[in-house]
Design a protein around this ligand. Sequence first.
Ligand code: ADP
Ligand code: MG
Length: 442
Amino acid sequence: MDVWPACLQRLESEFSQEDVLAWLKPLQAAARDGHLVLYAPNTFVRDEVQSRFLARIRELALHLGDRTDVFLDVGAPRRAESASSARASAPSATAPLDAAPFRGNVDAHYTFDNFIEGRSNQLARAAAWHAAQRPGERTHNPLLLYGGTGLGKTHLMFAAGNEMCRLNPAARVLYLRSNDFYSAFFRALQEKSADQFKRQFQKIDALLIDDIQFFAGKDRTQEEFFHTFNALFDGKQQIIMTCDRYPREVDGLEPRLKSRLGWGLAVAIDPPDFETRAQIVLSKARERGVIIPDEVAQLIAKKMRSNVRELEGAINKLTAQAGLLGRQVNMEFAQETLRDLWRAQQHAISIANIQKAVADYYGLQLKDMLDKTRTRSIARPRQMAMALAKELTEKSLPEIGGAFGGRDHTTVLHACRQIRQLMEGDSKLHEDWEKLVRKLSE
Ligand code: ADP
Ligand code: MG
């Protein structure tokens, strides 16, 4: 993968379309000694890029390209330099990790400041915050953040890393995806430099390991990670990990590793509720230099519920098109621009899907959803399914009633009210709801 296209893609989502077209797109990328050289067409562009964008480009190149540095020049790539071929390489097991200031791969963009807090993530946020304030303390070491994809686990992990470095500029924080750990370790074995591989972890203050579910089934790597983990833990170095589900539910993880992971603090992160989603939309649009009205934010929050990454996709599309066409973002423009995205989403969720998912979830039969049975154990899930149908599809109350064995629209309305009311006081029911919404929106 080339570093520059990947950087550019990120920059496109962070800066306005005008900025991208005027300053970033005209740059030509080349590789020099493994680093990235960007050629500006003239000194004017170079100076502007230098003052406004270079710091961010450096961060991105460091992060995406693994210690790729960036230089600016004027003119065109020389023939000896291969145009646009600065290569991203996986972290080298033997690369020295003691370069100062040391911020191994932590993306400075993701902070607590730009993380929107809501009921679904406030525990996870608080845990990450505490780990950053007092790294290594028993109450939150190791810290494990777990939950579905695109819910902000990596964001919080980076935020903790950045906060540690802010509080203590000498802190050495190393971020590795579990796959990076795997490939670095594998390479160290081949190069017979396993000792050096181990040693590099001695010098760090915190290790951030992302997506540990990918350790599943890789026995040798797990064993090495187990030792690394123990050494860090004994040295009171902070460990933060993420996983896409509770580790006990990951098949192919060693039992002794699973049990270690639970030694400190494990916190779930759930899909954000409507209010939080709307806040995230507003904040991400602001980051991209676009003001969008509240009602548009609410519209997007209502339509896109499964994960934040998808929400971001919608915002990117909206802000990019608005910039490109020089249009204001209003309801009409949002409807028009995002129609295809929404159609794709809505196709997937039909009343039949919902009935099946709810029946499966509660271990019932599909016909229980349609029958007149009033037994609580069946009636409640049926109400849940009706309320979900109202929430997740565009169907009217009579249409929903019709699909549930020809019921009246007031029955559906009653079900919606009842479920909403019960969820206030019944956390199990609330959890069922969240899980079903997530499952259906995937
Ligand atoms: P995960 O690691 O859980 O798959 P990420 O941390 O990569 O998810 O988050 C996906 C995207 O959503 C990122 O761009 C992140 O900034 C954004 N995001 C997720 N949750 C929030 C939040 N609460 N506030 C702001 N941005 C968020
Ligand atoms: Mg992640």
